[in-house]
Design a protein around this ligand. Structure first.
Ligand code: NAD
Ligand code: LMR
Length: 342
């Protein structure tokens, strides 16, 4: 009885929030790859978000089933599933303010994210082309790996169609900060809700750079090395544990939903909304690194302010130097590929 009461009160809260969303907050969100491991729980979480008024779920397989399922959840948003096909994709994208792309293959043990490039680059390129035509002003949230390359690929596609707006293209690196705060809370036996660790760089191995010193936390020696390694290779932990069945999906769905929620809050006028994300960035442009993840203040027009990296220790600077070298390679690989394979 107690459990039923608790669940009723949770649903009651969801309902109350859903019905209080005003007309000014009507927002269409599209998920491309909605039938997949990330796409399904991400669609569920977006259905629970009262800021979303319309949810368009597209995949080359399974999206109508996912849409029918989540559409029964008693929140106000309208959900529609879209089968494979250019017309269907166009319909899913038309009018979207936010497009989340988790379409593509995940890693298996022994693979790097860059090993996914050959398959995922063309998937993201095709979806980006469709979005550039159907919803050129949408906020594009790229989840498909390798993010360090799929974001520049998306930018080049939008540029080729004359609609690129760097303020509206985001590589989703939220999972890295989610992990960073959870892992430090395990080291320190604290509540992760109170732990916020800045993570900058990109989204793969050595390009993920946690800046623990900025949280006033001092780990030393092996403990520090183990922490940094865990943040940089947290994705591998999940890939190993899933033993060939894919990579992080549930925690990624939570991270993607959090980022979408932050964008919606900012779009709806809330100030001071800051998320780390991989965007076109001036921070290391002089070193030839044109995209970089750092804390970004979000606003009505997408990127409002890119925060500088700030003060780092000598060791963190060493990590950054390695990161920048790898990032440059990943970014240039994406740009070169899409220019040769438009
Ligand atoms: P998955 O295989 O479970 O799902 C991918 C879905 O994409 C499938 O349903 C598939 O049908 C669909 N798809 C393939 N080609 C498509 C196309 N052209 N149009 C629309 N849909 C298409 O994989 P997953 O576990 O959901 O992971 C998806 C991607 O997200 C992978 O590349 C993975 O590496 C990446 N990922 C990124 C992060 C991050 O932090 N950014 C975290 C986890 C996973
Ligand atoms: C992650 O960080 O979990 C994702 O990028 C998926 C992966 O391949 O590790």
């Amino acid at each position: 009885f107690a459990a039923r009461k608790a669940s009723q009160s949770v649903l009651g809260a969801v309902n109350r929030r859903a019905f209080s969303a005003s007309a000014a907050q009507l927002t269409k969100v599209a998920v491309l790859g909605a039938g997949g491991g990330i796409g399904q729980p991400l669609s569920l979480l977006l259905k629970l978000n009262p800021r979303v008024s319309e949810l368009a779920l597209y995949d080359i397989k399974g999206a109508p089933g996912v849409a029918a399922d989540v559409s029964h959840i008693n929140t106000k948003s309208v959900v529609k599933g879209y089968d494979a096909g250019a017309e269907s994709l166009k319909e899913a994208l038309t009018g979207a303010e936010i497009v989340l792309i988790p379409a593509g293959v995940p890693r298996k043990p022994g693979m790097t994210r860059d090993d996914l490039f050959n398959t995922n680059a063309s998937i993201v390129r095709e979806l980006a082309k469709a979005a550039a035509e159907a919803c050129p002003n949408a906020n594009m949230l790229i989840i498909s790996n390798p993010v360090n390359s799929t974001v520049p690929i998306t930018a080049e596609v939008f540029k080729s169609k004359g609609v690129y707006n760097p303020k509206r293209l985001f590589g989703v690196t939220t999972l890295d900060v989610v992990r960073a705060s959870r892992f430090i809370s395990q080291v320190k036996s604290t509540d992760p809700a109170n732990e916020s660790v800045t993570v900058v760089g990109g989204h793969s191995g050595a390009t993920i750079v946690p800046l623990l010193s900025q949280s006033g936390i001092e780990l030393k020696g092996e403990e520090l090395a183990a922490y940094i390694k865990r943040v940089q290779f947290g994705g591998d932990e999940v890939v190993q544990a899933k033993g060939g069945a894919g990579s992080a999906t549930l925690s990624m769905a939570m991270a993607g939903a959090r980022f979408a929620e932050s964008l919606l809050k900012a779009a709806q006028g809330e100030k001071g909304v800051i998320e780390p994300t991989f965007v076109e960035s001036p921070l290391y442009k002089d070193q030839g690194v044109t995209y970089f993840a750092s804390n970004v203040e979000l606003g009505k027009d997408g990127v409002e302010k890119i925060h500088p990296v700030g003060k780092v220790t000598a060791h963190e600077q060493e990590l950054l130097d390695v990161c920048l070298k790898d990032l440059k390679t990943n970014i240039e690989k994406g740009e070169k590929w899409v220019k040769e394979n438009p």
